[in-house]
Design a protein around this ligand. Structure first.
Ligand SMILES: *[C@@H]1O[C@H](CO)[C@@H](O)[C@H](O)[C@H]1NC(C)=O
Ligand SMILES: *[C@@H]1O[C@H](CO)[C@@H](O)[C@H](O)[C@H]1NC(C)=O
Length: 278
């Protein structure tokens, strides 16, 4: 029942955020909908349990060899990626034990060079949404013993990403070392999606911590990209973050660019809903 309430609330939030008409499940009978739901649940647990058994606490499970692999930073990435799905499925027990494990064991003062983009959308995003879910009675997933451990981790991680934004254009380097900042020989070329798909997570973090720096640097990066659009109001696919020159000039809505537009839409909604920080 709690889970169902949460599901309904999620749907409501989804509709409010994206201003779409409620979906009508035309042609799907309630019985079939339940079967499909159970199938999705079964597929999720097949993947999640397989990861926990064979790969955790490494980042990912290799599906053929069935071995674990640290593919991003070596911080139980798949577990972080799974938190909101555990909550959405109403799995209070595993959501709570996962949040607790992460709060106790995760640390980011590690000598690892990571993608700013992947770390933001998967790790910052995963930790922030789990933090909000674990803090709020209305989700039905509140964890009584939870004491902002995930928010604390998120802020620590985000501060370790900040050196990437120290460029003449404000558009960040693609990768940064979590302990030492930007590597000496780091590439100055980044994708439009990589530089401009960060404001949602960093913006929410600014609101939760009352420190505007996270929202400022990521909005500055979006403005840095937008300022370099063509006369046709289009952005390219790859750019040099020092000179601001496009190194791959084709525009599109596919790989390297897609989520740039996605986040413009989502972040403009964020501003309408709660007012800009800056
Ligand atoms: C950090 O990691 C790099 C690459 O693995 C290694 O060459 C370097 O020695 C490490 N630095 C420190 C201080 O551990
Ligand atoms: C996280 O918590 C630890 C211990 O309570 C504290 O020392 C640290 O400053 C906190 N970090 C952040 C980013 O708030």
């Amino acid at each position: 029942m709690e889970a169902f309430k949460f599901f309904l609330q999620s749907l409501l939030v989804f509709h409010l955020l994206f201003l779409v008409q409620p979906a009508h499940a035309d042609g799907v009978a309630p019985e079939e909908a339940r079967q499909l739901r159970d199938e999705v649940r079964g597929m999720f647990y097949h993947a999640f349990d397989g990861y926990m058994e064979h790969a955790f606490p490494l980042d990912e499970l290799r599906p053929l060899s069935c071995e674990g692999e640290d593919s991003l930073g070596g911080y139980a990435l798949t577990l972080i990626d799974s938190l909101d799905t555990l909550a959405l499925l109403g799995d209070q027990e595993r959501f709570a034990s996962s949040v607790e494990w992460i709060g106790k064991n995760l640390q980011f003062d590690i000598n690892k060079t990571v993608s700013v983009f992947e770390t933001t959308i998967r790790v910052l995003g995963g930790l922030l949404s789990a933090h909000l879910i674990a803090s709020d009675y209305a989700t039905g997933m509140r964890i009584p013993s939870y004491d902002n451990q995930l928010l604390n981790l998120t802020e620590d991680l985000a501060r370790r990403l900040l050196p990437a934004f120290d460029t003449p254009t404000g558009i960040p380097f693609g990768s940064v070392n979590l302990m030492f900042g930007v590597d000496e020989h780091e590439s100055k070329i980044t994708s439009t999606a990589g530089g401009g798909t960060l404001t949602l997570e960093f913006g929410i973090l600014s609101r939760l911590t009352n420190d505007p720096i996270f929202e400022q640097v990521t909005k500055n990066a979006v403005r840095g990209l937008w300022a370099r659009r063509s006369k046709l109001n289009l952005v390219g696919a790859h750019i040099n973050v020092f000179t601001g020159e496009w190194t791959q000039k084709d525009a599109g809505i596919g790989t390297s660019i897609d989520s740039f537009y996605e986040y413009l839409l989502k972040v403009s909604n964020m501003n309408q809903n709660s007012g800009p920080v800056m």
